[in-house]
Design a protein around this ligand. Structure first.
Ligand code: MF3
Ligand code: CO
Length: 253
């Protein structure tokens, strides 16, 4: 069941989203060679709580941290800990904030110091795939239009979308209907309607699309060890077009 949000509910999600965006910016400043993922998580946890939010992920199905921090070939759900960042790494940072009962969810992959040209191209492609998907988040389109845009930008660059992980509706719960796949199938998914709020989140790798779950039962990595990226925004379908709720609230014209 897809839950459409009122204008007021979307404003609440945008306030949660603003805390998410500020948390990502703060972490970006601290992502330097030598810092551990556990230290980054503590910074995020403190920032979120001091801005009136709750870290949505903490306690979700027993997840132990405020953020998911996934280096290099890890795609998503990396548990922060003793991992120390090194120059040339990339780090995917996923943050969820609950504020006044609504959730916003966003992710970004950051370089650690200088990175290779190949790694930079992967990040640029994943970001471009996200924005191509957001561009399609318009009333009258279907979920499949988003999926198609994400997939075609990714594959045109020679990269693969991961198929076992998908975007999702988001609202009072972190995961609502509908699913938002990053690839096209014969099922185009539901039509997009004003008031829908969805997390669009391309997860891509430089190699093959297969992934595995680590022994911690959370972390998911590319099976062939290739570099992986994850960019995500929470987006509202509005009469004026797609509205990104996890940045300063700008409209995509
Ligand atoms: N953004 C992720 C998702 O949409 C966050 C989930 S991490 C979890 O699935 F720990 F909370 F599960
Ligand atoms: Co998400």
């Amino acid at each position: 069941m897809i839950i459409r949000k009122s204008g007021q509910e979307i404003e609440t999600m945008a306030r949660a989203g603003s805390v998410v965006a500020q948390t990502l910016s703060l972490l970006e400043e601290h992502i330097q060679p030598g810092i551990t993922t556990g230290e980054l998580d503590a910074i995020a946890d403190e920032f979120i709580r001091s801005h009136g939010g709750e870290p949505t992920f903490k306690g979700y199905k027993g997840y132990p941290a405020a953020t998911c921090l996934s280096p290099n070939s890890m795609v998503v759900h990396g548990i922060p800990g003793k991992t120390r960042l090194e120059t040339g790494d990339i780090l995917s940072v996923d943050v969820g904030v609950t504020l006044d009962d609504f959730v916003a969810d966003s992710a970004w992959t950051f370089p650690v110091g200088e990175i290779s040209a190949d790694a930079q191209r992967l990040l640029d492609t994943c970001e471009a795939a996200l924005y191509a998907g957001i561009e399609q988040a318009r009333a009258g389109n279907s979920i499949g239009d988003i999926s198609q845009a994400v997939q075609s930008v990714t594959e045109a660059a020679g990269f693969s979308v991961i198929r076992s992980l998908v975007g999702h509706g988001v609202g009072r719960s972190m995961h609502e209907d509908p699913q938002v796949p990053n690839f096209v199938s014969s099922y185009r998914g539901p039509e997009l309607v004003e008031g829908m709020t969805i997390a669009i989140e391309p997860m891509i790798t430089a190699g093959a699309a297969d992934v595995y779950v680590h022994d911690d039962d959370w972390s998911i990595s590319a099976s062939d060890g290739s570099l992986s990226a994850h960019f995500e925004h929470t987006v509202a379908v509005t009469a004026a077009g797609p509205r990104i709720l996890t940045d300063s609230g700008v409209l995509v014209p």
